[in-house]
Design a protein. Structure first.
Length: 123
């Protein structure tokens, strides 16, 4: 399947499965973007970065911390671990055209994805 930014965004929004199910789905995305151009990959990576941000989880963490409470549930964001486990994050980082095109949009989106993927989860 050819993955477009919209189809990736739809997958990320619709999946409610556990970490292993999400990893399997991201492996499918990885196989579909292997030959993507840098421009196309930048658009897909933007959607992945949005998912890795996980705003709702960050909001919950801030509420707990402001009340000086310790959550009794895991604070692992839903897409952060699967992005690494699927190999997708590694593929994207290897594809970054820093040397050839230092100002390419893929560089910005890859760094954004990397930052969102490893942001503090309270662990």
């Amino acid at each position: 399947m050819a993955w477009t930014p919209d189809s990736v965004a739809a997958l990320l929004a619709s999946c409610k499965g556990d970490s292993s199910e999400r990893t399997a789905q991201l492996k499918e995305v990885l196989s579909g973007i292997q030959d993507e151009s840098d421009d196309g990959l930048a658009l897909v990576v933007e959607k992945l970065g949005d998912a890795a941000r996980d705003r709702e989880l960050n909001r919950i963490i801030c509420i707990y911390r402001s009340m000086r409470l310790t959550p009794t549930f895991p604070l692992t964001a839903s897409w952060r671990v699967p992005l690494g486990d699927s190999g997708l994050l590694g593929h994207i980082l290897r594809a970054v055209p820093v040397a050839n095109q230092p100002r390419h949009a893929l560089n910005k989106q890859a760094l954004r994805l990397l930052g969102n993927s490893c942001a503090d989860c309270g662990e």
